[in-house]
Design a protein. Sequence first.
Length: 619
Amino acid sequence: MNIELGIMGKKKNRKSGFLFSILHDSYFTIHCNVTNGHNKHQLLPKILNNNALRNQGQAALTAVIFFLVAAAAIGIGFTTFAFEETATARRQLRAKQSYFLAEAGAEDVAYRLHTSKQTTSPELLTINGETVSTAITSSGGVTEIISSGNYTNNIRKVKMSLVPGSTGANFYYGVQVGAGGLEMGNNAVVNGNVYSNGSITGNNGATIMGDVIVAGGLPASPSLEWTTHNTDQFFATASSNRDIAQSFTAPASSALNQVSVYLGKVGNPTSNITVRITNDDTGEPDTSALSSATLSYASVGVTPSWINVTFASPATLTNGTKYWIVLDYGSNSATDHWNWRKDSTDTYANNTGRYTSNWSAGGSSWTNVGGDLAFRVWTGGTVTSIGDIDIGNSTSGTGRANQFIGTTIHGSNCPNAYCIIDNPSPEALPISDGVIQDWKNAAEAGGITAGDVAISGTQTIGPRKITGKLTVTNGSTLTVNGTLWVMGDIVFDNNSIIRLSSSYGMQSGVVISDSKIDVKNGAAVSGSGNPSSFIMLLDAKDSIGEETITVDNNSTGVIYYAGKSWIKFSNLAAAKEATAYGTRLDNNATITYDSGLANAQFASGPSGGWDITTWREVE
């Protein structure tokens, strides 16, 4: 028997808004030959098996659809995450670019401060088409730079704090004086050592509790000089020019006690220069020295000036013979080096300037500088003495000088073993004109006040240049917040107080006058409160016959400096140290040396460079 069975199935399904129509047409022709005892009911299991297969297909299709939907969901999730990560990365990149802009702005201002270039505050800078704003503030010895970078409205700020590199002025003596010498009234006292390039004279009871050296005097004027300087001559910029020299012809047969070179520094070199005097060796310096001395790097300013160098063991020159002044430096740097100014006309007959890598190495090649380096030479000298002074006590004190007149040393009248007849070399005063000019520049960078300034009550000023007179009135207090340069007189009235801002810390500060300084009765001058901090009152006037600093009765002070004039201390006046061309102590005046002055560090601004104390991001 033949049986034909037609089975048709049709199914429609909706999923996620899409119509899926699946048409299943199956046509089964089944021939069942029910003969020879075959059971016709064998057809039913076959139909059931086909239904099971169809159900399995539908389940598989459902699983595939579920997988596709899940994969799509995961893909969308990953895509969203990727977009978010990309946006975050872009934000971070913009933030970094803003930070780098802020850093660049701070570095730019710091560089201009270091190189003494012009700066303004506030200031907008453009770097690669983007803007940076910078602002500079100063308080005491601290300068702060705040730089704000803005890249596509992402703002980040950097704050840099700098302190001026310090200038070390070595005050090794209670009193140091130039050729003017030291004059002491009745019962005047110096508690400390004294070094004088001129004679010391005293009256009844005048006492120096320490050691005293009076150098052999120098002639009032150089014996030989070449002072024209119209061109820079840098040296120690590379290994090939570490050492530099200038020849001269001796004007007399005599001892060479002092030379002076017109020298400045570039950047902040921090090693001393050795100054040597050598013979001539066929147009070059000889490789051995006749005498040598150390030139302290701290005594040289960015502004070139005359730097005096004296020799403990002077070379003896022969009239008409050629010699060389050699400046020997042990290193080189493209940013921190030296400038010995020269006359580019090279008209000093039969003499010139040259440089080399190592002056003492045999076979070194010397190169002409193309001119004559500015110099001065002092030969010979004058007789000096110590007169009518008590030095030390029964167990202490020594004196060295050409002569001793009416002097008691170590408890006994001279001559005795402690009264040493000697001819010590003069010693240069510790601060050059170049360093003073650098301090003036630092003051002017803080702003200029025209006319006179009178301080009443309690006020804070500095750094500042004042074109007129500065007066601190009776009983008033002036806090010095930076270097002060006063072109007129400075007057500290009775019982006034002048002190450094606490922000100076261990550093010392400078107050400069181009005219006169008058410290009246009871005026008190002090540092920041740190025992290593001092104020120096410095008179820059060039007037060797004039008393430009006067310190009255019962006033107290720290350091007084008048390198080209005189200081006068009245009755009962007191100080920590005094350095001048000449110094007078009236009756009962006292100078008591503070040992901390041997290493005093003065905030110097551009001359000493800048030290970065903090550098961080701020809100």
